[in-house]
Design a protein around this ligand. Structure first.
Ligand code: PMP
Length: 285
């Protein structure tokens, strides 16, 4: 049985509880982070902590504890659950005001802090990296502040089910004719030596993997263009891919039934994936 963390306590998962009045449960009033673990080490922990602080600030929420404490909890959970490859999930909510009310509770209401691990042996060897992913396009019907990593994940969850129903792996969301991102990842196309991905703003989450991959791409003398692109442009691209903390860099070989490039994972994406995994492992803590 897993050991999880709830508000200062390490507990067996069956004994971990949160109030029915918790704002996270009643209002999706919370933010989260997912940090990958490779070889028992955390991938880009400072990046995830920085984004957590940004999400908290945008939601007018205080940090539940210091970054040193957060790091210690992550490491303790990885150790106690003997995670070699997998992830640590962290969620902070606006806590339990003791009743239901739309207005935020007093600022001194203690936040709820929950962390747990998921073991994913061989996570870097996913068969999808060899075959590539198939995606469908769907309307982006999420709220307008996708730059905040909130736990209101109903629409992305529905999008994932729409993809599954269509025999595909994921959905790319489209707003005003342009791709925003995948249900739980950032979306890219490759044209020649150029990598194109939507610019940052309220429309997408600033992926920690996105930041790293764009940096590695520039260092490897690839061109990076941060701008919106259409599904038609993606279908006509040489290669396509997604990035996320748990998928790393993953090729996309089909969009709405149309093969991208050769219909097989391409060399640019394979190279980016290799660089990302190598560099991330090297910098892991
Ligand atoms: N966009 C969305 C909507 C996501 O949910 C995620 C994953 N949490 C990402 C992008 C990728 O972010 P990261 O690389 O930090 O995992």
């Amino acid at each position: 049985m897993r050991t999880v963390y709830v508000n200062g306590h390490y507990l067996p998962e069956s004994e971990a509880t949160v109030s029915i009045f918790d704002r996270g449960f009643l209002m999706s009033d919370g933010v989260y982070e997912v940090t990958s673990v490779l070889d028992g080490k955390l991938i880009d922990f400072p990046g995830h902590t920085a984004r957590l602080h940004r999400s908290l600030a945008e939601m007018d929420m205080a940090a539940p504890c210091s970054d040193d404490d957060l790091l210690a909890i992550h490491r303790e959970l990885v150790m106690r659950n003997a995670i070699h490859d997998g992830l640590v999930y962290l969620q902070v909510t606006r806590g339990n005001p003791g009743d239901r009310d739309f207005a935020f509770p007093p600022a001194d209401t203690p936040p709820t802090l929950v962390l747990f691990t998921q073991s994913k042996p061989g996570i870097t060897q996913s068969p999808l990296a060899k075959t590539g992913m198939k995606v469908i396009s769907i309307e982006d019907a999420r709220w307008g502040r996708r730059d905040i990593k909130t736990v209101q994940l109903l629409y992305p969850s529905m999008g994932k089910m729409m993809a599954k129903k269509a025999g595909c792996d994921d959905a790319w969301m489209v707003e005003d004719g342009h791709v925003t991102e995948g249900t739980s990842n950032n979306a890219y196309i490759v044209v020649g030596n150029r990598i194109i991905t939507r610019h940052l703003g309220n429309a997408i989450l600033s992926g920690i993997t996105r930041t790293a991959v764009l940096r590695f791409a520039r260092e490897a003398q690839m061109e990076v263009e941060e701008r919106p692109f259409t599904i038609a442009e993606a279908q006509a691209a040489d290669e396509a891919f997604i990035t996320s903390a748990t998928m790393f860099v993953m090729p996309v070989v089909q969009i709405d039934g149309v093969a991208v490039g050769t219909g097989q994972p391409g060399s640019v994406v394979a190279r980016l994936r290799e660089i990302y995994l190598d560099e991330s492992r090297r910098a892991a803590i």
